[in-house]
Design a protein around this ligand. Sequence first.
Ligand code: ADP
Ligand code: DP6
Length: 323
Amino acid sequence: MKAIARAHTNVALIKYWGKRDETLMLPANSSLSLTVDQFYTTTALEWDESLQKDSFVLNGKEVEDAKVSRFLSIMRQQFQLTSFARISSENHVPTAAGLASSASAFAALALAGSAAAGRNDDRKYLSKLARLGSGSASRSLYGDLVIWEKGNRDDGEDSFGVPFTSELTKDLAIVVAVVSDEVKKVPSRLGMQSTVATSPFFPTWVQEAEKDLVAMKEAFAAADFITIGEITEHNAMKMHATTLGANPPFTYFQPKSLQVMDKVRELRLQGIAAYFTMDAGPNVKVLCERKNEKLVASELTKVVKDVFICHAGEEASVRIDEA
Ligand code: ADP
Ligand code: DP6
């Protein structure tokens, strides 16, 4: 039986940065993200007893991928299966945007793997499963705003994504400014490992992120967009500050990233509420209200060539291919 799943990527407004358990992929802090409509992964999977090994085709090319292999073994163990998987996956992301996130990838893989095994797993279970592929994937099972609760248990059973509702969700836009199409030098997994192990700022980051999440929930409850934006920007910069304190120090900032940030500050001086955030790569994502998205996008194209306007995206979905 072949299942075809689709999951969207997400952009964290309160970042996940650092693990308390590398094997179970448990985060040091809780995080909050917006699932976005523009970027997604579609994955078709069937468990096939006739296969001698797993087969993974990504964007039309057969590839060996250690993270995917590890994840398939986890699914086999959890589903009590012995067969290998035939997978075909497409990342629907703008060319060279550097946004082929592991979040949409592992959310789609978990959902397709489960459905193809004839299971009817609930979202909480799937979120915990996807987390074992990539932490941020635990949030991509859901649409709109999602909180990944860090949990406190050692076995990770209380660490999963939970939908967070706000009347503001439909008014939000994230304008992505593509700064570079190069593969990042420090993958997020290695970057956070190095930060946890060597940055003296890491413990402070964890405390700050927890405080930011509390303040963020209050700001959403009050529908206070300016405070939401301010917390988003400050939280991202605190995360990036930890990388400068790592040993050896590293940064995801590129000169163009800083230029985009300057442009956003300039917009604010003109009265446009826009706030930047960045992940483990140089591209800058600008949070604004939908009513200002075209203006923000057109101003950002003065700094970078490619700009994409995103809104809240749907939850991950799956269908069985009867053919
Ligand atoms: P990002 O920061 O964009 O998440 P990562 O380097 O963390 O980048 O993730 C890239 C990894 O995600 C790849 O090495 C691969 O393991 C996995 N990946 C990407 N796309 C897919 C896909 N469509 N299906 C399965 N795994 C994927
Ligand atoms: C900076 O989820 O890609 O984007 O769990 O090691 O696979 P692993 O890392 P990943 O890290 C994402 C980090 C981030 C912030 C975020 O999305 O919360």
